[in-house]
Write a protein that binds this ligand. Sequence first.
Ligand code: CDP
Ligand code: MG
Length: 149
Amino acid sequence: MRESALVLIKPDGMRKGLAGEVLSQFLVGDVHLVGLKLVAVSHKKAQAHYGHLRDKFFYKEIVSYLAGDLHDGQPVVAMVFAGDHAVKKCRAIAGATNPEEAHPKSVRGKFGRITTKGVYENLVHVSSDRMEAEREIRLWFKKTELLKH
Ligand code: CDP
Ligand code: MG
């Protein structure tokens, strides 16, 4: 089934100088890049992005994390990848949410860590399912910023 997924290289990936490396892992995957930009993330945007997780104990931390507060105010690289089963394929490239459980060759398995406060600094966001992807892509991109696919 043809679909799109939002992928963000989060501020820890930027701070560690890993944006190129992470992008490469997605580019060699079986998905097509149809949008890409650098975004300085406001707290309002981070709250909107993670709104569905507002009741989780880690909500405040992940809003700060996405807004760059934990990483020198670094921005994020926002991307959209399209293709058959793009969400599943992009999530496989990223690896499991918990970097300790992520496959050692996945982005999160290679480069992620758990902070002393218990936050998973796992380098990338990838939409969890197709519905979430559609909502997130609308939040991050204008239609005119995406290639037709
Ligand atoms: O990002 P993903 O869809 O894999 O996981 P999520 O459940 O949507 O959680 C969003 C983000 O919150 C994760 O990517 C982690 O950075 C963080 N998180 C955390 O720090 N501790 C948890 N127990 C779960 C998630
Ligand atoms: Mg998620």
